[in-house]
Design a protein around this ligand. Structure first.
Ligand code: PLP
Length: 229
């Protein structure tokens, strides 16, 4: 199947889910995660109408950005080491993995004067040791501290659910993130409108949408995986 066909199937699924749970499909942004594929396949995603491109490493982002820069909205979705900030800072529109003050400080220092970066605070809802992100109880104090870094705008929260055979098992994780997002947005902090939820991947995006996702990050189901990567 081509990227275009995969995309159409996913969009049809989203439309169906939204009709069922009373959501507007236009609220749901699909981030095409191109970390497993070539520049050419990323280009195919753009041609098929997917403008949001996500990468989880500075090298992969650089490679795609060098060829496609102005055509896409760029999302950095992986853990970001502070020393890699200078490599990505001028390329990205969204960071999905803000998880510590030292990173906020580095981003704020490197951002061009007057520019703002849209950030998701990453939350480790499930508490798995292998996962990055803050514990739910740490999120509000962390976001309050981010007020000191005026170039960072907290647009929402992000999580990765545990990988399970049965996607339904991820529902509690997504629901918890949504409730936490509502708590943060109710604080009315100018630097943290926190209206968005980045959650759901190829295997669990349906459940994430039912629980309120506004950015789903889809790799293999959309662009596939290329063997030499
Ligand atoms: C790789 C990756 C995805 C996409 O994974 P798929 O299962 O291929 O859809 C989403 N989010 C993050 C943070 C990733 O690293």
């Amino acid at each position: 199947m081509s990227v275009k066909q995969n995309g159409e199937a996913i969009q049809a699924e989203i439309d169906k889910l939204c009709a069922r749970c009373g959501r507007d499909p236009n609220e749901i942004n699909i981030v095409a995660v191109t970390k497993y594929v070539s520049v050419q396949t990323a280009q195919e995603a753009l041609s098929a109408g997917f403008v949001h491109i996500g990468e989880n490493r500075a090298e992969g982002l650089g490679e795609k950005w060098d060829s496609l820069q102005g055509e896409a909205v760029w999302h950095f979705i992986g853990s970001l080491q502070s020393k890699k900030v200078k490599k990505v800072i001028d390329k990205i529109d969204y960071l999905h993995s803000l998880d510590r003050i030292s990173l906020a400080k580095e981003l704020d220092k490197r951002l061009e004067h007057g520019k703002q970066l849209k950030c998701f605070v990453q939350v480790n809802v499930s508490g798995e040791e292998s996962k990055a992100g803050l514990a739910p109880a740490e999120v509000i104090p962390f976001i309050r501290e981010l007020e000191a870094y005026q170039s960072l705008q907290v647009v929402g929260l992000m999580t990765m659910a545990p990988f399970v055979e049965e996607p339904e098992e991820t529902r509690a994780v997504f629901r918890r993130l949504r409730l936490l997002k509502e708590e943060v947005s109710a604080l009315n902090l100018p630097h943290a409108p926190c209206q968005e939820l980045s959650m759901g991947m190829s295997n669990d995006y349906q459940v994430a949408i039912e629980e309120g996702a506004t950015f789903i990050r889809i790799g293999s189901a959309l662009v596939g995986r290329e063997a030499d990567r």
